[in-house]
Design a protein around this ligand. Structure first.
Ligand code: ADP
Ligand code: MG
Length: 253
């Protein structure tokens, strides 16, 4: 066994795996750059820390259930003028997550609500937060299932482990009594403890339409909007716009 292998094994045995894996390269680099002992010690520890950060981000992205990556960079603010780049960039310091505030994107279909919700979620994960994405249907289904298995409390607790819960597309389907009750319990647990990004196609006055009635909608709305930044987005559907452009291009070669 070479000295490198023996030393690598020692690093592995104390779970310092990045240094173990790259020991030879790190030493060569130090020699080439004529690092001092102190600089070398720093380079070793920095390489381990940045590798750990990277793998934590990768794991958190995997656990986030984000269906497809969307970025703020690919969001065209010249098309969606009801929200500004500055407003979105203003959310990237994540003080709203630190303060347990919520973000609500409200507006009709296709205006980019889910895109921005995902893009913020991804950035939050890169900034070191834990985020999880659920479509409303999946979320309610999972709460329903937990209730049936007498595990609702545990399920809600496990969702509260995330700093940020993204609830996508509330308002498209009417909710039954059981779902409303589960949803209220979830929101009540998250209130002032964790952050939510909510996307919805319905303005708050219309929430009574998909909740059984206004009375059950109000306590949920109250808790979501109490500490929140609400972005009303409008305009035409990006999907529709692109499809129409494609069709008109095909028609006018
Ligand atoms: P919503 O959730 O409001 O219904 P989405 O965020 O799902 O809309 O947007 C629909 C599609 O259009 C997605 O593929 C999204 O990436 C894209 N999209 C929407 N708005 C923009 C925009 N301003 N710039 C770039 N892509 C956009
Ligand atoms: Mg959407």
């Amino acid at each position: 066994m070479t000295t490198y292998e023996a030393l690598s094994n020692k690093f592995n045995s104390i779970r310092v795996s990045n240094i173990a894996r790259n020991l030879q390269d790190l030493v060569r680099l130090a020699e080439e750059q004529e690092l001092s002992y102190l600089q070398f010690a720093q380079a070793l520890v920095d390489s381990e820390i940045s590798a750990r950060n990277e793998s934590r981000i990768k794991l958190n992205l995997k656990r986030s259930r984000i269906p497809r990556i969307k970025t703020i960079e690919e969001f065209d603010f010249s098309i969606q003028t009801t929200i500004s780049k500055r407003q979105v960039k203003g959310l990237l310091d994540f003080t709203w997550i630190d303060n347990r505030e919520n973000v609500v994107f409200l507006g009709p279909s296709g205006v980019g609500k889910t895109h921005l919700a995902i893009a913020l979620g991804v950035k939050a994960i890169y900034a070191g937060y834990k985020a999880v994405f659920y479509s409303t249907i999946d979320l309610l289904e999972s709460l329903d299932l937990a209730l049936a298995q007498h595990q609702l409390k545990e399920r809600i607790k496990s969702l509260c482990k995330y700093d940020l819960l993204i609830i996508d597309e509330l308002g498209y389907l009417p909710l039954d009594r059981k779902s409303i009750c589960n949803f209220f319990q979830l929101i009540n647990n998250l209130y002032e403890e964790r952050s939510i990004i909510l996307t919805t196609n319905k303005g708050f006055p219309q929430w009574g339409e998909f909740f059984a009635d206004e009375t059950s909608a109000i306590p949920v709305i109250d808790r979501i909007i109490h500490h929140s930044r609400i972005f009303q987005m409008n305009g035409e559907s990006y999907r529709l716009k692109k499809q129409l452009e494609k069709e008109s291009d095909a028609g006018n070669p």
